[in-house]
Design a protein around this ligand. Structure first.
Ligand code: NZQ
Ligand code: ZN
Length: 385
């Protein structure tokens, strides 16, 4: 196991009908900005419950954070925060709203050029302060509710923004708030959580048994509850397990002391930026091809994954790995998520542009060993048709 620090200060408030407890978690004299998306939280009544939970505090609202939140939109919220001296941010929505709120938290007190905050990637922001924020999560997928990351869309790219100052102070996870999700978003969420786990697990072995066994447990849970919660959206227990699986997949716990490979995410981000493909869909397209092209580098962990997650023990090593990849693809497709680029209208002659975008964004040394070149990404993309 590699050396690590583990720090995660986010309080999770899990369960049904607890939004009145907001009152205990936000200082009484706060000036609160509630941020949300395109209106689902209004339509389904979540916003009213949040406002009730905030009691007599001074509350402002910022609506319209779009999926794959845009820098310009978030800067409008930054202006509002500064104008009204807001001192607490409350995100009510999915990953896009939570991520957007994190960016606002970092940008509002920042005295330099806010656009420069997009340049720091996984290295983390060079900032010493951020506004405190909480979340009411309505979509199980990204893990944003319990991590320090955000992704902001700007100028044809998707920019990771990270800082320990951006951990939510609390997150409400009420599975029943997710019952209203369209099937497509639930399926995307299962895929996103699944790929978060495997990008921290299917690398090379470092004998990290807790991380491996926990990762395998989350994957098996997703395989079990994914189809159930899609078929029966209001099955509380199934949805509760999906919600906690998604949070557990990317709250840092399974990623400590192990190598990580975010290549599927980085290539997927370009597909979203260029073609508007949903985040979860982009991962379902790329992951099977990354594994196929990177079989040698990932051999031991792919065999472990095949056996422990899918119970594949018969056949040669090559056959077991191929079967594990095929079953992973079949799982995504069984959720209704198409896994081939042409199914999203992308043409093979656009692959060169995707690779150029990867290069322009510095994504030239991907994977757990940093040895995945643009040429290999090109092969991955061709294989994804
Ligand atoms: O905007 P509204 O009207 O709220 O509708 C949203 C949106 O259209 C809808 N929705 C959310 N909760 C709902 C609901 N509809 C009905 N009932 C509910 N309870 O769902 C649509 C998609 O929402 P969005 O927030 O965009 O989805 P998701 O949670 O998948 O977030 C995707 C974003 O997160 C980033 C992605 O890149 C993408 O920008 N990621 C963030 C990560 C992180 N912070 O750690 C990691 C991830 O890998 C990912 O990159
Ligand atoms: Zn993701």
């Amino acid at each position: 196991m590699q050396n690590f620090d583990f720090y995660n200060p986010t309080r999770i408030v899990f369960g049904k009908d607890r939004l009145q407890e907001l009152d205990q978690l936000i200082p009484k004299n706060s000036r609160v900005l509630v941020l949300y998306g395109g209106g689902s939280v209004k339509r389904f009544g979540t916003l009213d419950k949040v406002l009730a939970g905030l009691g007599n505090r001074t509350v402002f609202e910022f609506a319209g954070i779009e999926p794959n939140p845009r820098y310009e939109t978030l800067m409008e919220a930054v202006d509002l925060v500064r104008r009204e001296s807001v001192d607490f941010l409350l995100a009510v929505g999915g990953g896009s709203v939570m991520d957007g709120t994190k960016f606002v938290a970092a940008a509002a007190p920042f005295e330099g050029d806010e656009e420069s905050l997009l340049e720091h990637g996984f290295a983390g922001l060079p900032v010493e302060q951020a506004l405190p924020l909480g979340t009411v999560a309505t979509l199980p997928a990204t893990g944003s509710e319990m991590n320090m990351g955000a992704v902001v869309s700007h100028k044809g790219g998707k920019w990771p923004v990270m800082s320990p100052l951006l951990y939510p102070t609390f997150s409400f996870l009420d599975p029943s708030l997710t019952f209203s999700l369209p099937t497509r978003q639930v399926a995307n969420g299962v895929v996103d959580a699944f790929v978060h786990v495997v990008e921290q697990y299917v690398t090379y072995p470092v004998n990290a048994q807790i991380q491996d066994r926990t990762a395998e447990g989350i994957l098996k849970t997703l395989i079990e509850v994914g189809p159930v919660t899609l078929a029966n959206p209001e099955d509380y227990d199934a949805r509760a397990n999906l919600v906690w699986a998604a949070t557990s997949a990317l709250n840092g716990y399974i990623g400590v002391g192990v190598p990580q490979d975010w290549s599927t995410h980085m290539i997927g981000h370009e597909l979203t930026a260029m073609f508007g493909i949903d985040h979860g869909q982009s991962l379902a397209i790329i992951l099977p091809s990354v594994w196929k092209l990177r079989k040698e580098q990932k051999r031991e962990k792919l065999l472990q994954y095949a056996e422990r997650v899918w119970g594949i023990v018969d056949g040669s090593e090559e056959e077991r790995i191929n079967q594990a990849i095929a079953q992973t693809r079949a799982f995504f497709e069984s959720l209704g998520v198409a896994t081939r680029l042409d199914q999203y209208g992308v043409k093979e002659n656009q692959v060169a542009d995707i690779v150029e975008a990867l290069k322009a964004h510095g994504m030239t040394e991907l994977s757990e060993r940093g040895d995945m070149t643009p040429e290999i990404s090109h092969q991955v993309l061709i294989d994804a048709f």
